[in-house]
Design a protein around this ligand. Structure first.
Ligand code: 13P
Length: 347
């Protein structure tokens, strides 16, 4: 089917009240495990590559493989830059052909977050790429070895979320509502009233980062209230690592190719379970399958995934195209250069 942007799939998730899982990848084993899971579950999927993982994965190398793999899946796949914090990472992702980017200026002052995010939106929309941004701060670190606890002072302010969504033109908003990246210190306590309030004030899909450690019951409740994208990594990585440890401990004849294969299978298993919980399983059933969101499909044309929308090529995607002026491009590039010179654009 090829790559699509998040607008294409989150509209469908909104219409049918489910969430799409966004799973981080750092190599082809992650990629294959996640895509196998999506294909088996007939679920749309978002592949995340986080800027913080650039030391593990070269996006110029892996993107052609991802595009190739996405072409041969029957489900919609998004390739998303996760937590792009430097302009350089955003530009690299756009050049590589990512179909979505997250620009994360959540640690910067509110006005600066708006201003910078707006520029990224103009740039990305002009080539049909969707944009997610964060307001409030989701703490912790994905794949981190330490646990973290959410701090209320960093929760998303609903009134500011309304302004932020309007002023920036983003396509999805990452919220801080008791969620943190990596493992939780104690039990996660999501503020469901806050999700409800943010949802009431914004008309765009909401994103829950820090999925690892959240219970199935809490996921379902969050999805009922309007969460449409869920980021999930640490637990998937831990479970695959535990499987590898088990194998290594039990059999001295294990070689790298054996445990990579097992890790891939474990990733597939974990992702399939999450797709069931998030409600995305079978959301895009194709010929012969019963689609729980709308009867029996006999072909792609009947699938409401593409109602009134177009998937990529990016230039013709469902994202509103921004008219980016020459002055704005110069401004963006100037900022990117400054960013690089200040050292925040390494890798
Ligand atoms: P976890 O690693 O806590 O699942 O969070 C992933 C994430 O939010 C990536 O942006």
């Amino acid at each position: 089917m090829g790559l699509v942007n998040t607008v294409d799939i989150l509209n469908h998730a909104e219409k049918h009240s489910y969430a799409v899982g966004a799973f981080n990848i750092i190599n082809l084993d992650f990629l294959n495990g996640i895509l196998d899971a999506a294909e088996t579950m007939k679920s749309p999927v978002i592949l995340n590559i986080a800027e913080v993982h650039f030391p593990y994965v070269n996006i110029e190398q892996i993107t052609p493989a991802i595009r190739y793999m996405a072409e041969s899946t029957t489900v919609p796949v998004v390739l998303n830059l996760d937590h792009g914090v430097s302009f350089k990472a955003i530009v690299r992702a756009l050049r590589c052909g990512f179909t979505a980017v997250m620009y994360d200026a959540s640690k910067k002052p509110f006005e600066q977050n708006i201003e910078e995010t707006r520029l990224v939106v103009q740039m990305a929309h002009s080539v049909g790429v969707s944009v997610e941004a964060e307001l409030g701060q989701v703490g912790g670190a994905e794949g981190g070895k330490k646990t973290a606890k959410a701090k209320r002072e960093f929760f998303t302010d609903p009134a500011k979320a309304e302004i932020f969504a309007k002023e920036t033109g983003i396509d999805a908003l990452a919220v801080s509502v008791g969620n943190v990246h990596g493992f939780y210190e104690g039990e996660p306590e999501l503020d469901f009233d806050l999700i409800r309030e943010i949802k009431a004030r914004t008309s765009i899909p909401l994103v829950l980062h820090g999925g690892s450690g959240i219970s199935d019951k809490d996921f379902r409740h969050a999805v009922e209230l309007g969460i449409r994208k869920i980021n999930f990594f640490t637990e998937m990585s831990k479970m695959a690592t535990d499987r590898v440890r088990e194998l290594l401990a039990s059999n001295e004849d294990i070689f790298i190719q054996d445990f990579l294969k097992e890790a891939k299978e474990k990733i597939k298993e974990v992702v399939m379970e999450r797709m069931m919980v998030f409600g995305s399983a079978k959301a895009c059933a194709l010929p012969g399958n019963v689609c729980p969101v709308g009867g029996t499909h006999t072909g792609r044309a009947e699938c409401d995934f593409f109602d009134g929308q177009k998937s990529l090529p990016a230039e013709s995607s469902g994202v509103a195209s921004g008219n980016i002026s020459e002055a704005e491009i110069i401004d963006i590039v100037t900022r990117a250069v400054k960013d690089l010179m200040s050292g925040s654009g390494k890798n």
